[in-house]
Design a protein around this ligand. Structure first.
Ligand code: NAD
Length: 360
């Protein structure tokens, strides 16, 4: 069956790294992968062309795709747009909402070759491989009521932290299934000593654990989880948590690896359709200079092959190609260290493609 993949380059370095992803997809096609690749505009680029960061044509193509590959959106050019609904980020949020992408997978893995790039001691992070499963469409970021209003003569700001049992259960299942495919350890992060909503969260996770007896479930308060992430990060395999805690912990975990230019991510919906993108933004400071590290984007292709297209062997081949390039001492500026050869975006793309071809 032909898999339909939609490529959304976006803004800033997005188009530069999307070129490398496209070359990789073509190489996968040459290696026997049956995919159909389409492209569309999103974010600032779509606003410039259609005055809309998520044009109907893009949304329609996204709905019809099995998987979406996104570069990044945003940049100073659009930061002054007064109509907030036209800002590039609305393109991204619109895709998440319309496609129901509730499950955010944020791996924090460190290739041993890059252990010196981390701000932690190499022995603490070398070989690090954590998967953070973050609920993406609920929790305090979306809860109602919310607002700022005057009460008793002063302004108060308020939000609602709310999760329905069904929302907790569906993200819990994603996390248990993920743990089953990995090291069979799942840590659920909450604040059940203070927040009722996370008392319910913990109850639902415990209930689900009865169905996944092969997975070891533990619970951790979010403040302790933040400490443990920097104290002994390799204790974690899969972590599951709500939207806000996941937002914060996944960024902290990403930084353990030293370069955000290396990390892919995925957002999945209930039918397994997914959007795959690097964890980083559009890096306007280096856009157009052939400086961007394309590896997070190329590893997003691998993640897409694994989680939406069930093409594990091809995903492993890409990851091995990236490992080979790092073994050979090739680095973009963001991960450069002494004695290594610093190369640009295009040359890094060339090197991964050459290593991919060698893996045949
Ligand atoms: P950023 O991730 O774009 O950049 C932070 C720093 O990391 C910069 O110094 C940048 O040069 C560097 N960097 C990022 N990706 C890199 C790569 N692949 N190779 C080498 N260096 C890289 O974050 P920011 O500066 O806070 O945001 C810039 C723009 O991106 C903003 O408009 C923001 O809204 C947007 N953004 C978009 C997304 C997304 O599309 N998912 C996510 C975050 C930020």
């Amino acid at each position: 069956m032909t898999h339909k993949v939609l490529l959304l380059p976006g803004d800033g370095i997005g188009p530069e790294i999307a070129v490398q992803a496209k070359r990789l997809l073509h190489a996968c096609q040459d290696a026997g992968l049956d995919i159909d690749i389409d492209e569309a505009l999103v974010g600032g680029a779509a606003y410039d062309a259609h005055l809309d960061p998520l044009p109907p044509e893009t949304l329609q193509k996204a709905k019809a795709a099995d998987a979406i590959l996104l570069g990044a959106v945003g940049g100073p050019k659009w930061d002054t747009l007064e109509d907030l609904s036209k800002r590039p980020e609305k393109g991204l949020l619109g895709l998440r909402k319309n496609l129901g992408l509730f499950g955010n997978l944020r791996p924090a893995m460190l290739y041993p070759q890059l252990a010196s790039a981390s701000s932690l001691k190499p022995e603490l992070v070398s070989g690090l491989d954590i998967m953070i499963v973050r609920e993406l469409t609920g929790g305090i970021y979306f809860g109602q009521p919310r607002g700022i209003e005057v009460r008793d003569g002063q302004r108060v700001g308020f939000n609602t932290y709310i999760y329905a049992e069904s929302e907790i259960e569906r993200i819990g299942r994603v996390a248990f299934e993920m743990a089953r495919k990995r090291g069979k350890k799942l840590c659920s992060v909450d604040k059940a000593n203070v927040l009722e909503v996370t008392i319910l969260w913990r109850e639902v996770m415990n209930r689900l654990a009865q169905e996944y007896m092969d997975v070891e479930l533990t619970h951790m308060y979010v403040d302790n989880a933040a400490m443990q992430l920097v104290r002994e990060p390799k204790q974690f395999d899969v972590v599951v948590t709500g939207n806000m805690f996941g937002d914060i912990l996944s960024d902290a975990a990403a930084m353990l690896t030293g370069s955000i230019g290396m990390l892919p991510s995925a957002s999945l919906n209930e039918s397994g359709q997914g959007m795959y993108e690097p964890c980083h933004g559009s890096a306007p400071d280096i856009a157009g200079k052939n400086l961007a590290n394309p590896l997070a984007m190329m590893l997003s292709v691998a993640m897409m092959l694994r989680y939406s297209l069930a093409e594990n062997a091809m995903a492993e081949r890409i990851e091995a190609a990236v490992g080979k390039v790092l073994d050979d001492g090739l680095r973009t500026a963001d991960i450069a260290s002494e004695g290594m050869q610093t190369i640009g975006t295009d040359a890094m793309g060339d090197a991964v493609l050459a290593a991919f071809a060698q893996q045949a």
